[in-house]
Design a protein around this ligand. Structure first.
Ligand code: NTF
Length: 831
């Protein structure tokens, strides 16, 4: 096992063997031939007897074949040029389906469509056959996926490192309106996009103890671990958009080590050896389904260390040349920490440099500090990861020692700078008084830069969450506003709009999204508006077809499509949206408003709740309960519909977002770090109703107040109300309709008269309401009335929608990556 074949040099003489095999010809004939080769030679089946899985696998392999030569060439060049590279460390990559994206990137969509048709295969069936890899929870994981797309499109030498979870985010089903979680066996039929490389496996160790030893007169520490697992890499190609560039995403899978087996076999316990195997494989078994609220579970820490230790070892031993001078490491690589999940990489790098490479501590620390940068994705204090000293000491004893030393030296610097301010020292200590390691602090101390993900978020990070760190080292703090890839979320998700834009602007805008500005003048052109409106209408019909087939839901043509899709979390305030729906319903059933006076609306929800998050699950139940009452009450004359398709994922997002008229971004100001769904909606011509939170602030500034429905308290107003003592009941007293809506829910109207089912939701709002739903209700309802009024003038609405598209090119993830390069990474594109 130790004798890998990966690093030996092969002296080839045949001219054909001197370079990678050329890509198959990019013609229909070439594609058909390659496809049949894969089907016959790899799958071992004839076209006449092939199943859908056979043809899908052969198709994927064919697309792969077109990309491989470029991929190998890019790797060769990087070895030759050794340009500074980005190692993006992320515990999540929410990739979405691969086939269409890879066809688009390689410019093969038309050829493949024709080639398959000539083989009697409908390419749409193939698209639908793919199970999306759901290796992420929500925004954070999807952002990582957008970033690897942009990194490749901008030809940035980079590797994405992560975990190949055997089970991704759970599949959500509803039973009696309640969420049930089902395992996501996305690998059941195998994944055609990956290359497994067992010969490049890394060993990752855990537990045991540390000791000192005399190394030729130098006293050194070393770690004597108790057990280890093998980290086996699976490589995925990440093609840039039609630029011939192919980057690598390397996801690690845990397997049992031979050494481990041997030890147990020696003790004669066969069953124990097999159990050990399962134990090892558990590490990459399943994605933790918590979003914005970490689980302090041991297995979770194992996952984190597992993937960063493997990634650092991979980079240091396989990517770096052998004789590399480690002092130059910061000129060669930057490890970007995607939130705190990979922060254990910091002490791991120190361990490698000090214990293994035998650098002295100060030199190692100087290098490490320059090689890491940290992105924070939250403001919720409960979302900042901490690990108990006990757990760390048990699982990673050497890392705990290193963390203590980093902390000691840091606190010395704090003392030097601020004097013996004991309170400050306690506040800033990486290890808290509760004997917990604050991973965000460790990342801030270690990283060369710390960035938030939207202007407001970065500002609040500096002013609140990391205020004392900002006082001490303001030069570390910066902002990089999030972005989304226009390839997936415009070109693929909204082909008709893309065509309309290309007809107006020509090509090139997909990689230069600020060019959407040129659409501003088209907003004044009635013909263009008509064309834009008919694209939206077609997208609604397409969504109708998808939802009809998927869940039996109908989307009426003349309804305003009002969409709230995102994880279920109290701070995001799905209950505020619900209170709006219940208010409209109550107005009609109480006779205060005639159904015929309602603007017809369909409310779409998509949301998964963390399986252990009871309140979030109850809200899901309530949405479904309100839906089944509202959808079936004849008094509404079909003018309000609630549609909650289960299992919202990237694939469904690609259908829902292009059809939306109204985008709901209604978190309490100061709670949503950025949001990225908000960007996708605006870029697809939905108007936003939103608070001044996260990237909403920047969206509103760009599109203008006339094209955005702002409501709710600002972040300073939120703070002020908290400080004054927030009593939600007072808001219910002050607004008659709010009280009626709450009473209706509490009365059991949506639970067959059972008052207890949703009582916890109502009393939580009345007596606790951490996220101030009731305080923002009145302003929200008023804003919704402005929405109805605006929608009544459909042409003016369309004009606003076009201006949303025209003015939000800023939110391309290409721009985000350029900002990372300018402000943090300082890398150059590949040759
Ligand atoms: C999420 N953070 C934030 O809640 C979103 O506002 C943001 O758009 C995305 O990150 C991407 O930056 C998290 O999921 C976590 F884990 F950090 F809380």
């Amino acid at each position: 096992n130790d004798k890998t074949s990966g690093s030996r040099t092969i002296a080839a003489t045949h001219p054909l063997a001197l370079a990678p095999v050329a890509s198959p010809p990019a013609t229909v004939d070439g594609f058909v031939r390659e496809f049949l080769l894969n089907l016959n030679m790899e799958r071992g089946v004839a076209l006449s007897s092939a199943t859908e899985t056979d043809t899908y696998m052969a198709l994927a392999a064919t697309v792969r074949d077109y990309l491989v030569a470029r991929w190998l060439e890019d790797q060769r060049r990087q070895r030759e040029d050794q340009r500074k590279a980005v190692c993006y460390l992320s515990a999540e990559y929410l990739l979405g389906r691969q086939l269409d994206n890879n066809l688009l990137a390689s410019g093969l969509t038309e050829i493949a469509t024709e080639a398959l048709a000539a083989c009697g295969i409908d390419i749409d069936t193939m698209r639908a056959h793919e199970v999306e890899p759901g290796l992420g929870n929500g925004g954070l994981g999807r952002l990582a996926a957008c970033f690897v797309d942009s990194l490749a499109t901008l030809s940035v030498p980079s590797i994405g490192y992560g975990i190949r979870y055997e089970y991704g985010i759970f599949r959500q089903v509803f039973r009696g309106g309640e969420q049930i979680e089902k395992p996501d066996a996305w690998l059941a039929l195998g994944s055609p996009w990956e290359f497994r490389h067992p010969e490049s496996a890394q060993t990752v160790s855990f537990a045991g103890h540390t000791e000192t030893y005399d190394d030729d007169g130098v006293i050194r520490s070393r770690w004597v671990p108790a057990w280890s697992v093998r980290a086996v890499p699976y490589n995925y190609m990440v093609p840039g958009y039609q630029n011939g560039r192919v980057n690598t995403l390397r996801l690690w899978s845990a397997e049992a080590t031979k050494a481990f087996d041997l030890r147990t076999f020696n003790s004669g316990d066969y069953v124990e050896a097999v159990r050990a195997q399962t134990f090892a494989e558990n590490i990459s078994k399943v994605l933790y389904p918590e979003d914005s609220t970490p689980q302090g579970k041991e297995l979770r820490l194992q996952q984190q260390y597992f993937f960063v230790a493997a990634s650092i070892a991979d980079y240091m031993t396989k990517v770096l040349p052998e004789d590399f001078d480690l002092e130059d490491l910061p000129e060669r690589v930057i490890f970007q920490l995607n939130d705190t999940h990979p922060v254990i990489a910091v002490p791991e790098m120190m361990r490698v440099l000090v214990d293994e490479r035998k650098l002295d501590w100060d030199a190692a620390w100087a290098i490490t500090q320059k090689c890491f940068a940290y992105t924070c994705h939250t403001l919720l204090p409960e979302a900042l990861e901490v690990w108990s000293v006990d757990l760390l000491g048990r699982l990673l004893p050497r890392h705990l020692e290193i963390i203590y030393r980093i902390n000691d030296e840091f606190l010395l610097r704090v003392r030097e700078r601020f004097g013996d301010d004991e309170q400050r020292l306690r506040d800033m200590s990486i290890v808290s008084e509760q004997r917990a390691v604050r991973m965000a602090y460790l990342a801030t101390v270690a990283g060369s830069k710390v960035n938030g993900v939207a202007e407001l978020h970065s500002q609040l990070l500096r002013e609140r969450v990391l205020h004392q760190f900002d006082e001490m080292m303001p030069e570390k703090f910066t902002n990089v506003t999030n972005g989304v890839t226009p390839r997936r979320f415009m070109r693929l998700a909204n082909p008709d709009l893309s065509e309309l834009i290309t007809a107006a602007l020509g090509t090139g805008w997909l990689t230069d999204l600020e060019r959407l500005r040129e659409l501003e003048s088209y907003a004044e052109d009635p013909d263009f508006r008509a064309a834009f409106a008919s694209v939206k209408a077609a997208n609604k019909r397409r969504l109708n077809d998808v939802l009809m087939k998927r869940d039996g839901f109908e989307i009426a043509d003349d309804h305003l499509l009002d969409v709230m899709v995102k994880r279920l979390h109290e701070y995001k305030r799905q209950t505020l949206k619900l209170l709006h729906i219940v208010t409209l319903y109550e107005r009609v059933v109480s006779g205060r408003v005639a159904a015929s006076d309602l603007q017809p609306r369909t409310f779409i929800f998509g949301a998964k709740a963390a399986p252990g998050y009871a309140m979030a699950k109850r809200v899901i139940h309530l949405i479904n309960a309100v839906g089944s009452v509202v959808n079936n009450d004849p008094r509404l004359e079909g003018r309000l519909k609630v549609v909650f398709p289960p299992n919202y994922n990237v694939t469904l997002a690609e259908r829902v977002i292009p059809a939306a008229d109204l985008s709901e971004q209604i978190s309490l100001a100061g709670k949503e770090a950025s949001g990225t769904g908000n960007m996708k909606f605006a870029l697809n011509g939905a108007l936003t109703i939103g608070t001044d939170d996260g990237a909403n602030v920047e969206i509103r500034e760009l599109v203008g107040d006339d094209n955005f429905f702002l409501f709710g308290m600002s972040e300073p107003e939120v703070e002020e109300l908290w400080a004054a003592g927030y009593r939600p009941g007072e808001f219910a007293q002050a607004d008659d309709e709010l009280r009626r809506a709450l009473d209706l829910i509490g009365s059991g109207a949506f639970s067959d008269g059972d008052r207890s089912t949703f009582e916890p939701v109502v009393s939580n709002l009345m007596y606790d309401d951490r996220f101030m739903v009731l305080a923002d209700y009145t302003s929200y309802i008023a804003a919704q009335e402005r929405v109805d009024a605006a929608y009544a003038d459909r042409d003016a609405w369309t004009r606003s929608a076009i201006l949303n598209v025209a003015r939000t090119g800023f939110f391309s993830s290409d721009r985000s990556i350029r900002d990372y390069i300018d402000r943090i990474w300082h890398t150059q594109p590949a040759r």
